[in-house]
Design a protein around this ligand. Structure first.
Ligand code: HEC
Length: 106
C-alpha cells in the first residue's frame, strides 16, 4: 500500500514539472491556484507578519535575496511560515505560487 502510494506520488511529481513548463501563463495560473487555496490565509492579511501580497516594501528585500533563497524558505519554512505553506505541494507548484506572489509586486 505505502509502496503503491509513493510510486503514484513519484510519477505525479515527475509529470508536474513538464506540465507547468508548458507555458508561463500556465505556471502562474497553477501558482495562483495554490496561493488561493493555502498561502492566502496569511499572505493576504499579513497575519503573523507574513509579507502581504502586492506589498512592495515588504517583498523588495525578499525578492532581492533571489529565487533560491525564497524557495528555501518556502520549502523548509521560517518562523511562522510553515514548510510548503502547510501544504503537500511539490516543488514546481510551490515555485509557481512564489512566482505568482512575486508577479503581484508592482
Ligand atoms: C501560517 C501562515 C502562512 C502560510 C499559510 C503561508 N505563509 Fe509564507 N510566510 C509566512 C510568514 C510569517 C512569513 C515571514 C517569515 C519570516 O521572515 O520570518 C512568510 C514568508 C514567505 C516567503 C518569503 C520567504 C523569504 O525568503 O523570506 C515566501 C516566498 C512565502 N512565505 C511563500 C508562501 C507560499 C508559497 C505559501 C503557500 C504555499 C505560504 N507562504 C503560506 C506565513 C505563512
Amino acid at each position: 500500500m505505502l509502496k503503491t502510494l509513493s510510486i503514484a506520488a513519484l510519477s505525479v511529481a515527475a509529470l508536474l514539472p513538464t506540465l507547468s513548463m508548458a507555458s508561463d501563463a500556465g505556471t502562474l495560473q497553477q501558482g495562483e491556484k495554490l496561493y488561493k487555496s493555502a498561502c492566502v490565509a496569511c499572505h493576504s492579511t499579513g497575519a503573523a507578519n507574513a509579507p502581504k501580497l502586492g506589498n512592495k516594501a515588504a517583498w523588495e528585500p525578499i525578492i532581492a535575496q533571489g529565487m533560491d533563497q525564497m524557495m528555501n524558505v518556502a520549502t523548509h519554512g521560517k518562523g511562522a511560515m510553515p514548510a510548503r505553506g502547510g501544504t503537500k505541494a511539490d516543488d514546481a507548484t510551490l515555485r509557481a505560487a512564489v512566482e505568482y506572489m512575486v508577479s503581484r509586486v508592482k
